[in-house]
Ligand binder design. Sequence first.
Ligand SMILES: [Zn+2]
Ligand SMILES: [Zn+2]
Length: 273
Amino acid sequence: MSDIDIPSLPPELEWDIPELAPLARTATLLLNVPDTPGEPTPADSSIGGPLLWPADEPWPYCDLPNHDAAWPHKSPPDHPVPTVAAVQLYAHDVPELPFPEGTDVLQIIWCALLHEEPDEYAPLPRMYWRNAERVRAAGVLDDVPAPAEGEYDEDFVPTPRRVRPTKAREYPNQDLPREITDAIWPRVEALEARHDTYYTEWCALQTKVGGYPAWCQPPNWPDCEKSHRMEHLLSVTGEEDMMMGDCGGMYFFVCPECTTGTEMPYAFRYDCH
Ligand SMILES: [Zn+2]
Ligand SMILES: [Zn+2]
């Protein structure tokens, strides 16, 4: 069986629309694992699952003063609020991540309230690269604080789930160059009609590593401080239980070139419908 797996990709796609061939990328979809019993553990790659967090490192709180109130509360909390686990990925599951030397776990947490700043009305994430063996040897934090009512917006609290990394060939959606779009669109529509599908089905607009950002708004690629165009690391998109503002997404970018030690510059973007 091939490791390229999007069932809805028409086999003649690149034959009919050769302009798309050089734009194809391989993404790693972080598919749900529906049949595995039990919640994810710190040993699992997961979305929203418990993290392998060092016991001697305090769980991060967000102390920004400019929170938006979580619906249906009328005023935002006037104290720091605990962040929530968003993503954990192990190198043995997703080896294509650009792990800084000596690290094998990627973790992303975020404050699940909206912030007026620094990015307009978005959750506020932080990214960590760790060495799993070192964390295990020193002890894992098992008493992780959870935000209380009014300290989180449920639209941004991921339902814990293990992930099944699955490679897929995909094509750009918002990143499709304008000059190509006009030329290929009649052929795209013919293919859509023949296969009873939509072009966006070929773009993997879902939670994934690599490939194109799954944005639903026009592209907004960040540069690092040294003006390098950053690389798309991963996208986390809205799901049934985590709507992210009507199924928007959080998109993470890194500049591997500017890595020092285990610190890699990162940036994020958020959008919604
Ligand atoms: Zn916050
Ligand atoms: Zn850079």
